[in-house]
Write a protein that binds this ligand. Structure first.
Ligand SMILES: [Zn+2]
Length: 277
């Protein structure tokens, strides 16, 4: 395996360690910078050499050094998940700017999936700066994400500046259409069923997905996320796991679907629509 792939995957582990801090602290309204990590049980600070991703968990056999109470396996799991996201990104886009942009996107999605699972919260602190970052960074994203007919037509309104304007147009369109469609679905559901089905957090999460992936992959994310949620919902009803069902919020499925869309979505659309890119 190329050395840069190994190094980038290890960087993903470190980022995953930071994502654990974000997942734990952002819903509680705490600072993600200060103070350093502490054991949630005894409150004693975690020493730097006990804070090495995955390795420390294994060396400590999953227990706090001070109070010996178990550390949740969720911490190394999130670190490994972030490492996997970084690994697949560099394998997909190589040493290039889309690798960095999509790693940032997937890091934000990991935080959203776990805060939604834990608290049913999709924090504004992630979705709003994330959407802005998706738009600002769009010239460094995979250009194929924004090369659809609608984006090109909209970009041509800027005259011969169309090729340069395309990522910005595609990204803003993606945020508007991704968030807008989910808002419309939630609005219709509320009118029909007279109860709230989707929160504004889901809408803002889809604006973020659309900003990073463009509108075709944002729509694919909504369809795939809904399908996944329905299938898992049926499965949980059949096997009477209703305690899990209450935890599996829509943002969890949107997050999984958006990761699949980022890596395989364009190939899927080309295959499904039968048209070359
Ligand atoms: Zn402890």
């Amino acid at each position: 395996m190329p050395i840069e792939t190994v190094a980038y995957t290890l960087l993903g582990l470190l980022v995953g360690s930071f994502l654990n801090v974000c997942i734990y602290r952002i819903p509680l309204g705490k600072s993600i910078v200060f103070p350093g990590s502490a054991c949630p049980d005894c409150g004693r600070p975690v020493r730097p050499w006990d804070n090495i991703p995955v390795l420390s968990y294994l060396l400590l056999r999953g227990k706090c050094r001070a109070c010996r109470r178990p550390i949740s396996p969720r911490y190394p799991a999130v670190e490994l998940l972030a490492a996997l996201a970084f690994f697949v990104s560099i394998r997909t886009w190589g040493l290039s700017s889309p690798t960095l942009v999509n790693s940032l996107f997937l890091a934000a999605v990991i935080v959203l999936v776990f805060t939604d699972y834990d608290h049913r919260i999709l924090p504004n602190k992630i979705t709003i700066p994330g959407t802005i970052a998706g738009i600002v960074l769009s010239p460094w994203q995979d250009p194929a994400f924004y090369q659809d007919n609608v984006s090109m037509a909209a970009a041509s309104l800027f005259g011969n500046a169309a090729p340069a304007a395309l990522p910005w147009v595609g990204s803003v369109l993606g945020a508007a259409i991704g968030g807008g469609l989910l808002y419309a679905v939630g609005f219709a559901y509320e009118k029909l069923r007279r109860r709230q089905g989707l929160g504004m957090g889901d809408v803002k999460m889809m604006a973020l997905v659309g900003a990073f992936l463009g509108w075709p992959l944002a729509l694919l994310t909504i369809f795939a996320g809904s399908l996944l949620g329905t299938l898992v919902g049926i499965f949980l009803i059949l096997f009477r796991k209703s305690n899990l069902q209450t935890k599996l919020a829509f943002g969890v499925f949107l997050g999984v679907a958006s990761a699949l869309a980022a890596f395989r979505g364009l190939d899927f659309l080309v295959w499904y629509l039968g048209t070359p890119r």
